[in-house]
Design a protein. Structure first.
Lengths: 155, 262
């Protein structure tokens, strides 16, 4: 085979391979939809994060506004410190409420934000003060059982 | 006496295996040492890219398409029970990008291109072409081995990416076009679940490792083959067996390192 046709074939092979990688990155992966650079970080304390994991989504009104970047235990308060990076396009008031919610009955957990009415906005490094922990099924059941036991017996 | 002979046989085999590993490691370092030359004569690498990469395209694309289609079909049957057919895209994409793409492409590459490399070099040795090169003061490792090595290392990630991309398309064909899973949730859930660094780049790293190992095994077996018809055929078989086992074992190790806990 001539060298020029050989080069052409190899070139086509390399182009096809790179095109496949770009397809994987853009269409299959999240590189095309989520820009990491334009974010600001806030953190919040939760007494229980349940099944929340790093990279869980942060939503307001159901719209994806950011991702959880880190979860670690603060040994001073014995509470979970959750670091979130939020897209710069979305600004939230200082008295925003952060809840750990579950998508669907058994779906994955995410953080839902409920904006308050403050005129000042959250800045990079700020803390979200009002939080609500994850719903733990066992706690819920035990609460229900205790309240049932405390009720005077029927009849 | 038979007991002693058995023990002696086992010891001999182990020592032989360790000895071969040592020679293979030295061979690897020599290949890296002399690869500067082959980058200066890039047309040698291009020629090998054609015979190992381009010629493997058809088998990779066809295999990828069918693997993706089977994943789509089986995944749908299982996910349907939990009412989560919309997660089909996630399953197909993660399965292909993380595991099946790199592993299957490497297995196919080992049997399609690796065996050919071993047979070619073994035959060169049997017909004394390699000795002739040494007589002409041409370093056979720089002239024959290094270009093939780099062609393998370059083409493996490209082939794995193609395999994954075609496989996802196959899963799309079966899941969305044929069965009728919602197209929007197929792609959007896939995009939400597949992370570029965590999943795709780790897949590329895997296939780079597999490419290095497979080509190294193929070249070493060829270079080390006894210069007889029997020796070359044995070396070709060993290439396919050893590199397949190496791929599967390394895949477990790499998966344990990359995806543990996350």
């Amino acid at each position: 085979m001539e060298r020029t046709t050989l080069d052409l074939w190899v070139g086509m092979f390399v182009v096809a391979g790179i095109a496949a990688l770009v397809f994987l990155a853009m269409k299959v992966g999240n590189l095309g939809t989520y820009n990491v650079s334009n974010t600001y970080e806030v953190h919040a304390y939760f007494s229980n994060v349940g099944g929340l994991k790093p990279k869980a989504s942060i939503r307001d009104a159901g719209v994806l506004v950011g991702r959880v970047t880190a979860i670690n235990l603060d040994t001073q308060r014995y509470e979970a410190n959750v670091v979130m990076s939020i897209d710069k396009r979305y600004q939230f008031p200082k008295d925003t409420f952060a809840n750990i919610l579950t998508s669907g009955l058994l779906g994955e957990q995410y953080i839902g934000l409920m904006p308050g009415g403050d005129t000042e906005m959250l800045k990079n490094g700020d803390q979200i003060k009002q939080t609500q922990s994850a719903m733990v099924l066992e706690d819920l059941i035990s609460k229900f059982m205790f309240s049932k036991a405390a009720e005077p017996a029927a009849k | 006496m038979t007991v002693i002979n058995t023990i002696r046989g086992i010891g001999h085999r182990i020592i032989n295996a360790v000895w071969r590993i040592g020679v293979a490691a030295r061979f690897f370092f020599l290949t890296l040492l002399y690869s500067g030359n082959s980058f200066r004569r890039f047309h040698l690498i291009i020629k090998e890219l054609f015979s190992s990469g381009v010629m493997s395209l058809i088998i990779i694309i066809v295999a990828g398409l069918f693997v993706g289609m089977v994943l789509g079909l089986q995944g749908y049957e299982t996910l349907k029970r939990y009412g989560s057919e919309s997660a089909l895209g996630v399953m197909v994409a993660l399965g292909l990008v993380r595991e099946l793409g790199p592993v299957m492409a490497a297995l196919l590459f080992a049997s399609r291109a690796g065996s050919a490399m071993t047979a070619e070099i073994g035959l060169m040795k049997a017909t004394e072409q390699i000795s002739a090169m040494e007589m002409m003061a041409v370093n056979p490792i720089a002239r024959i081995v290094a270009p093939r090595f780099w062609a393998g290392v370059i083409s493996m990630p490209l082939l794995a990416a193609l395999f994954s991309a075609v496989g996802i398309f196959g899963g799309y064909l079966v899941g969305v076009v044929q069965i009728g899973v919602d197209e929007g949730s197929f792609w959007s859930q896939m995009q939400a679940a597949v992370d570029f660094r965590e999943d795709i780049l780790n897949g590329v790293i895997k296939s780079l490792v597999f490419g290095t190992v497979v080509t190294l095994i193929a070249l070493f077996e060829g270079f080390d083959a006894p210069p007889t018809a029997e020796g070359v055929s044995g070396a070709t078989t060993r290439t396919v067996v050893t590199s397949s086992l190496a791929i599967l074992m390394l895949d477990f190790v790499l998966t344990a390192i990359m995806f543990r806990g996350a």
